[in-house]
Design a protein around this ligand. Structure first.
Ligand code: SAM
Length: 280
């Protein structure tokens, strides 16, 4: 790609408090020729505040494949482009990865203008181990799929981070209790950087009780962090998985036995199945 090509800037914007827009983000939004925004109407006030007069184009999950190609054409024509989402860092539970991939494949430069991200903001105040963590984004909307997903994480030793909306926070907390147990340490971060910011650090059961008791605590945007499984809990679960697997293995093919044992105990199907093959 010639050095005359434009650059794609991935620009983080505030998750609530507009003062969190960095000077560099403001300059970038002012300097580029084109801004791809998840929702152009939503972003208009922020862009006006930043003094941006750039052309706006919508880039969301429904048009990203087609729009990415158009934006790459603009980059090739020498136009600098900024990608923003409704709030926070683009690509983090938000559109953009296809555009970034297309720009990279076309040989265009892609640079971050880092800033707010709800997951990282929540982790930074949670007081849970932060040296390793697993970002899980949104859980599935359907209850059965949600529980299944949580079940796969029950022995995960890293701190878990979930995004949740007001529509499902009560159900998701109930499912988290059913899978991780009411005593598992957790943090619920609500409305970060906004007027009604609330951070509850308590066992899952206590958090669910506080949210259930107060309709105000069910409003807004949430990050739920769940402490990773203690080594002992993960070991005990795998041991139980192996015990159930051994029983089922007497009656069923190994792959089927491993699948059922994993569903019953929450142990990793792969660990059970591969442990069995290693013994053969
Ligand atoms: N890209 C964004 C980021 O960098 O955090 C996330 C976008 S995702 C579509 C929206 C979700 O992020 C919300 O449902 C909520 O789970 C979380 N979120 C966004 N802003 C938040 C805030 N101020 N407080 C708590 N959670 C927030």
């Amino acid at each position: 790609m010639s050095s005359d090509a434009g650059r794609l800037w991935i620009v983080a914007t505030p998750i609530g408090n507009l003062h969190d827009l960095s000077p560099r983000a403001r300059d970038t939004l002012r300097d580029v020729g084109l801004i791809a925004a998840e929702d152009t109407r939503h972003s208009a006030p922020l862009l006006a505040q930043a003094g941006s007069r750039a052309r706006l184009v919508a880039l969301h999950e429904h048009n990203e494949r087609d729009e990415a190609a158009h934006i790459v054409e603009q980059l090739r024509a020498g136009i600098d482009v900024a990608l923003i989402c409704d709030a926070g860092t683009p690509l983090i539970s938000d559109p953009g990865f296809r555009l970034v991939r297309a720009a990279r494949e076309a040989g265009c430069e892609v640079s971050p203008v880092p800033g707010p991200c709800a997951a990282i903001a929540a982790l930074s105040v949670a007081g849970l181990p932060s040296d390793r963590f697993a970002f899980e984004g949104f859980l599935p909307a359907k209850a059965s799929a949600r529980r299944e997903r949580l079940q796969t994480l029950v022995a995960e030793p890293r701190t878990l981070i979930f995004y949740e909306s007001s529509h499902r926070i009560v159900e998701s907390l109930a499912d988290a209790i059913a899978v991780f147990g009411a005593a598992r340490a957790a943090v619920l971060a609500r409305e970060l950087t906004k007027l009604f910011e609330t951070i509850i650090a308590a066992p899952l059961g206590d958090i669910a009780a506080r949210v259930a008791a107060d309709a105000n605590q069910q409003r807004g945007e949430f990050v739920l962090l769940v402490a990773g499984a203690e080594g002992d809990a993960a070991d005990a679960q795998l041991a139980e998985g192996r015990r159930v697997f051994a029983l089922l293995r007497e009656e069923l093919p190994p792959a089927r036995a491993a699948k059922l044992a994993a569903a019953i105990t929450g142990a990793s199907r792969k660990a059970l199945y591969e442990g069995d093959r290693a013994r053969d």
